[in-house]
Design a protein around this ligand. Structure first.
Ligand code: C6P
Length: 414
């Protein structure tokens, strides 16, 4: 993205849409650098949820009254908006779930349990978040399938893809890969990985929790079978997320949970199921969540995801560069092309202590294993500190954070 696009956006002004950012924490202006965990919500999203409750609240798909029709409209138009957001072929390819975790579990509980058998392999990467690891361990236990991992090269966090074709050819039936690592800031070449898997008829799942809302996503260009993300990480409300499924996959997929909405006809001893996506959405859905998510996607696209990604990357590169001023610091992530976050370890201070102390000065950081325990074990660290950025963060905040971190770090050096 050219810098001309970035400079036409008044990033500072966008902050005014986020009431939460304008506050002090422990007597200091809030610096919110925990966007990888969850993003803040602009007024436009809060208003969409309030508008829904003030004007349209009813249950969906059931009633013939006006409010129910409106609520159904709110819910289904959000589905269409999501399809457009990720360039799905049709709204029917969008399933609403509780979030990335449930989306991945849905594929595990349906496609994987139906299709995998002893001798098959599930291929993951060593970067995966527990949400894209534990469900597959559970599937492996139940089906007798094996797990294999694409290795990570080291502190840079990039994948070693040199033996990928060889690995794929060893009985792999399903490949599930994160798009952006939540602790290593690596952007994986998912279109290339999916193309190599597709040649062998392997089903592909993409964990887009850290990428949706941060860069443009095109499921047709990626050519994956499934893709998962959460609303709360991209300025939408919590409790709702998305599973994209290629239409041919969804048509042949068993139901996930049983209940209302997902049926076509129920008899005492037999049920026929609804068509996708409703087959996978049992019970009353998160309607106000869909209203809020719709508003969030409109908000992000009004800024432009190319511009958001360039802005996040610029902040992350700048932060990594400033962190190099700390002697002995260990910074994780690729040398170039880092996504919008930086994980690091200071030589004399435990990550959790540092996070607690910077919080006393208004800085929200994440410290811990980031739900990447196997990766942390491989890297030989119990925990890292992580600063993760979004478009409403500024360079000035990075500078203030570095000054605060220097003061805190000095306390540990003595
Ligand atoms: N990572 C983080 O601070 P849910 O909780 O379902 O919305 O998202 C799970 C998830 C899946 N994959 C990746 C790559 C993720 O980063 C996350 C959530 C948060 O990094 C919480 S651990």
């Amino acid at each position: 993205m050219g810098s001309s696009v970035r400079t036409t956006i008044d990033w500072q002004k966008l902050r005014e849409d986020f009431p939460i950012l304008n506050q002090e924490i422990n007597g200091h202006p809030l610096i919110y650098f925990d966007n990888g965990a969850t993003a803040q919500k602009p007024r436009q999203v809060l208003q969409a949820i309030q508008r829904y409750y003030e004007h349209d609240n009813a249950n969906v798909h059931r009633g013939i009254h006006e409010l129910s029709n409106r609520a159904t409209g709110v819910y289904e138009s959000a589905r269409e908006r999501v399809a457009k957001f990720i360039n799905a072929r049709a709204a029917q390819e969008i399933i609403f779930t509780r979030g990335t975790t449930e989306s991945i579990n849905l594929v595990a509980a349906t496609w994987a349990l139906d299709h995998l058998k002893p001798g098959d392999t599930i291929l993951l990467t060593e970067l995966e978040h527990h949400s894209n690891l534990v469900p597959w361990q559970m599937v492996a236990q139940r089906t007798g399938a094996k797990l294999d991992y694409i290795p990570v090269t080291g502190d840079e966090g990039t994948l070693d893809l040199s033996r990928l074709d060889e690995q794929l050819a060893r009985g792999v039936k399903l490949l599930s890969v994160t798009h952006i690592s939540n602790s290593m800031a690596v952007v994986n070449p998912i279109a290339d990985i999916c193309a190599r898997a597709r040649k062998l008829g392997i089903v592909t799942v993409i964990d887009a929790a850290q990428s949706a809302g941060h860069l443009p996503l095109d499921v047709q260009a990626i050519d994956c079978d499934f893709l998962a993300f959460s609303s709360h990480k991209i300025c939408g409300p919590t409790g709702i997320g998305v599973l994209y499924g290629r239409r041919e996959m969804l048509e042949n997929l068993s139901p996930y949970q049983g209940g209302g909405e997902m049926i076509s006809k129920v008899e005492y001893f037999k049920t026929t199921y609804n068509v996708p996506p409703h087959r996978f959405e049992a019970g009353t859905p998160h309607i106000e969540g869909a209203a809020g998510l719709h508003a969030a996607l409109d908000y992000l696209d009004a800024i432009g995801r190319d511009a958001i990604f360039a802005h996040d990357q610029e902040l992350a590169e700048y932060c990594a560069e400033r962190l190099r001023e700390f002697p002995g610091i260990r910074i994780f992530g690729p040398k170039a092309g880092r996504a919008g976050l930086v994980s690091f370890v200071l030589p004399n201070a435990h990550a959790l202590d540092v996070a607690t102390m910077v919080d006393q000065r208004g800085v929200a950081l994440r410290a811990g294993h980031h739900c990447n325990q196997p990766l942390m074990a491989k890297l030989g660290v119990p925990a890292t500190l992580r600063a993760s950025f979004y478009f409403y963060n500024t360079k000035n905040e990075v500078d203030r954070f570095i000054e605060i971190l220097k003061k805190v770090n000095k306390l540990f050096a003595n």
